[in-house]
Design a protein around this ligand. Sequence first.
Ligand code: AHR
Length: 518
Amino acid sequence: MKLANAAATGILLAVLLTLAQFGTRAQSRIVINADLGRDTISRYIYGSFSEHLGRCIYDGFYVGEGNKKIPNTRGIRSDIVEAFKQIKLPLLRWPGGCFADTYHWKDGIGPKDTRPSMVNIWWGGVTEDNSFGTHEFLDLCEQIGADPYFAGNVGSGTVEELAQWVQYVNAASGPMASLRSVNGREAPWKVRFWGVGNETWGCGGNMTAEFYANQYRRYATFMTASWVPGGLYRVASGANSDDYHWTEVMMRDIPHGLMEGVSLHHYSVIDWNRKGSATDFDEQQYFTTMQRAMFMDELVSKHSAIMDTYDPKGSVGLVVDEWGGWYDAEPGTNPAFLFQQNTMRDAMIAGLTLNIFNNHCSRVRAAAVAQAVNVLQALALTDGEKLVLTPTYWVFDLYKVHHEALLLPLRVQSAQYTVAGSSLPAISASASRAKEGTVHISLVNIDASRAQEVRIDLGKLRVSSAAGRALFSKTIQDCNTFADPNHVKPVEFKDFQLSGRDLRVKLPPGSVVVLSLR
Ligand code: AHR
């Protein structure tokens, strides 16, 4: 009996020892295949979206030339430009969204006092005075260093109107080039990215996929490409989330010589009728948002599989030009303006989504988080002269190392994050090798309360030094406010051990970590 007790004690001790070592034992495993890199991560995956909606354009980007209180260049606020330069924002979509299919670009050029006004029918019925138009938007893009991505009006416009817009910004000569120069701009801007309508299945005209595909063929035919090096990048208005039929029809019915991309929109929404607060949410709501965000992986995989069938060589890109979290507007603000705070939950959405896009970069060639300033999952919030950079912004800052880097494929075997009996993988990851050789691994731990240990097998990578940056906070509800703008900010991260090809990392709860390996 005593012997049996001793044996039992021995076993117990062994178990306890093992448990004690558990702190260094990895729960999740990642294997990086550094020698299998083939695809480059387009920087355009890291784009954003600016719509004439609420305070995105006016107040957000543009405060007017005469503004003496808020520092600006030709009316464009300098703090936003600086912030977006810092993250190397590569692409900015404009003027919508739903607004795009009501927008007539000629109303937004020429002397401001002669520009006609219109009603913004989608977003609160406010008067749009067109003081921010084509020249102002392209000035903004030039100040940031971002490529402009125009959304053309198909729903209420004409083929001629869109064809002339292409000429107005791109033509070296001809009537549209002359008009441009009368309005103060001699040199063409050479705008490459063009959306042909927006959500044409909904606010863009309530069309069927078949009807729109035929319309697209007419519009794209007259969009002259010859002035733009490399030609235009024309994007067909694509599917709403899991409408796979839509993608099938675009790929089947539009000649691929007329289309460089097809879009996809997906928002992480708990319930369209009860979206919930942006800041005051419980763990169940958080978990549901994570489920919706992770659904992007299935969406991108299935839409890509359809595209592969019709376009095995991959000439047409998938352009996810609206994505992000969507909650109730902040109490006390106009609900039609879609102004919402941005917490660590949004940082999780961003980290997960950008990892998904990186890992699917062979098909996903561009994307735009909705939206850039003061609307939905914004990168920045403004209040008069005050500016807040959101947790989402800081994820874009951490991930900029992936721009134009070679994707390194990896396999993730993740521990589970379980809430009320449902589980999701706790860990998401992507890795790339920059042109100068540094390898970057971006890791997300969505588990709101538990740190996660990850053991990374670096395979054939030879690494002599490692450094890290991380974004995390006390709670997943934490955010930056106008009173406390630096509450959530990346910090140096050292909670990892490197030993040969074995890299062990301890990810804090609700964190985004980027490791740089040399
Ligand atoms: O981003 C807000 C709106 O969401 C866009 O205008 C529209 O395209 C989408 O439905």
